[in-house]
Design a protein. Structure first.
Length: 201
């Protein structure tokens, strides 16, 4: 058995020295910036500096359904439709910036409760970009969320007994999300090229 961690039959090393290597550098959860693309008409639902108010951002979760196909006593599992879960985000409620009004105006583009009208999707949805950075500030990965819009907005309580800051909890919907990798030393490459498979064996 060929194992690079085993030398002359000895057990694998139990030290953590390999974690000092750059390729094993863990990604920091706080090294990210969120931006939203402008609408087709050039207007922005969310200003470019909105990322300064984002406290947390959830990376996409997806599930692919399994389609079972049977024949006599055998069965194979085929990939079905892939769906994406909701996106949970926390935003700081800033007074001068008025982040609460900004989000409420965005929600009004979806459903205007004062008029009872609902917007067209191209007027209330946009793309979001989450840029993740390595410790030295170089861009490592970008997650692209397609056609994102807010479906739920809630606020933390106002409370005399527990002074603190108001936080806005936003649930976003999006059609799908995918990553782009910029880190030159990444072991994984995302490409549009088809995978070549040899079925001759």
């Amino acid at each position: 058995m060929n194992n690079q961690n085993v030398v002359e039959g000895a057990r694998p090393t139990l030290t953590a020295d390999h974690l000092n290597l750059r390729k094993f550098q863990a990604q920091g959860s706080e090294h990210f910036v969120v931006t939203f693309a402008p609408l087709p008409d050039g207007t922005r639902i969310v200003p470019e500096d909105f990322h300064l108010l984002v406290g947390s951002w959830q990376l996409p979760s997806k599930t692919t359904t399994v389609e079972n196909m049977s024949y006599f006593n055998g069965m194979v599992k085929l990939a079905g439709r892939t769906t994406f879960g909701e996106l949970s985000v926390t935003v700081k409620d800033v007074i001068s910036y008025d982040s609460a009004s900004l989000l409420e105006l965005w929600a009004a583009k979806v459903n205007d409760l004062q008029t009872g009208l609902r917007g067209f999707k191209d007027t209330y949805s946009t793309d979001a970009y989450v840029d993740i950075y390595s410790p030295n500030g170089s861009q490592y990965r970008r997650w692209i969320y397609k056609n994102i819009w807010p479906s739920s907005i809630s606020y933390t309580s106002l409370d005399y007994s527990q002074p603190g800051y108001v936080q806005i909890n936003v649930t976003f919907q999006y059609d799908y999300a995918y990553p782009e990798v910029f880190f030159k030393e990444s072991l994984i490459s995302y490409s549009d090229s088809p995978i070549s498979v040899d079925y001759s064996e």
